[in-house]
Design a protein. Structure first.
Length: 314
């Protein structure tokens, strides 16, 4: 509801008594011109007994709501009672919304020659400077290679972290970020895949992986062509005090009809080896559409840390 506030404290008085619920009031002859065009608010009495919203005006006759405005309660008033055009808290809130021009969750305030609404975009779109748009900005598809956070989980004595909503036809490449992940015991840590949204996971020896690692001026190679997960490393690793797993993996075309490929790199501070850096490539030998995966240690739990999955815009 828009309000007009061009007049300052326009005043008149009632020609005849007012009864609560009346739909019109009549001002003194000629006084209607003192007041704004609808919509505006009247204070009834001095000091005000209540407020009325004016929705119409014809000469000196004002059409009003039948109940008090802004939480006030209408009561009967005698003829000659003063009436004054005022701004109440409800009017101020409405005026603020008028100025902001926003109407929908996610809208932003913009400006061309006057304040105006920047309508919220669709999921996955980004706000972009656009000289062709009337407000200078518009929502557009995320540019190729842009990252969209799809799912994240934070470990807390977790036996596994399941990612069941991230994978969709909207993306064919995913970035998996591992931040300060800690497991409480010596363990292998790896990925297992699912074709049914995480109801079950493939725990058979249907995974291959290999990688290279380096530590303290030494290096080596590891891998397996028949194992139960894509493991980070195939020798038992114990994190040092204040150490954690940190790294990133890419998952390619999980919904495709070929074997599912992952590549990645990971670093951690090992209790025996010191700082370790590792590069890994893994594959799940299944041609079915993969729509979920989990990350888990083969023993113990993840005590803390966060894993995020991003989609890379096509």
């Amino acid at each position: 509801m828009a309000y007009n506030i061009d007049k300052n404290l326009a005043q008149s008085s009632l020609v005849s008594p007012y009864t609560a619920g009346d739909t019109t009031i009549t001002l003194q002859t000629g006084d209607g011109a003192k007041f704004d065009s609808p919509n505006f608010v009247l204070a009834m009495g001095v000091p005000p007994e209540f407020f009325l919203k004016v929705t119409g005006k014809s000469g000196d006759v004002l059409t009003v709501d039948t109940s008090g405005f802004d939480g006030s309660t209408a009561v009967g008033l005698a003829a000659a009672t003063p009436v004054t055009e005022v701004i109440t808290s409800g009017v101020l809130k409405a005026l603020l919304l008028q100025a902001l021009a926003v109407t929908t969750k996610g809208d932003l305030q913009g400006f061309s020659t006057v304040p105006d609404r920047v309508p919220v975009g669709s999921d996955g779109q980004v706000l972009t400077a656009d000289s062709t748009a009337s407000l200078g900005v518009s929502y557009k598809a995320n540019p190729a290679g842009g990252l969209v956070l799809l799912e994240q989980h934070t470990a807390s004595s977790s036996s596994e972290l399941d990612f069941t909503t991230a994978i969709s036809a909207a993306y064919d490449e995913y970035l998996i970020e591992i931040v300060n992940l800690i497991n409480g015991s010596a363990a292998f840590v790896g990925f297992q895949m699912s074709t049914n949204g995480g109801s079950t996971y493939d725990t058979g020896n249907n995974y291959d992986y290999n990688g290279n690692f380096s530590f303290n001026a030494s290096n080596g190679h590891y891998g397996s062509n028949s194992t139960s997960a894509v493991f980070f490393r195939d020798s038992t690793t114990t994190l040092a005090s204040n150490g954690s797993w940190n790294g990133s993996f890419k998952l390619f075309a999980p919904l495709g009809s070929l074997y599912k490929m992952m590549t990645g790199q990971l670093s951690w501070y090992d209790a025996s080896l010191g700082i370790v850096s590792s590069q890994i490539v893994g594959i799940w030998k299944n041609t079915a559409a993969m729509n979920a995966f989990r990350l888990l240690p083969d023993t113990g739990n993840f005590t803390s840390g966060t894993v995020r999955v991003y989609g890379l815009a096509k």
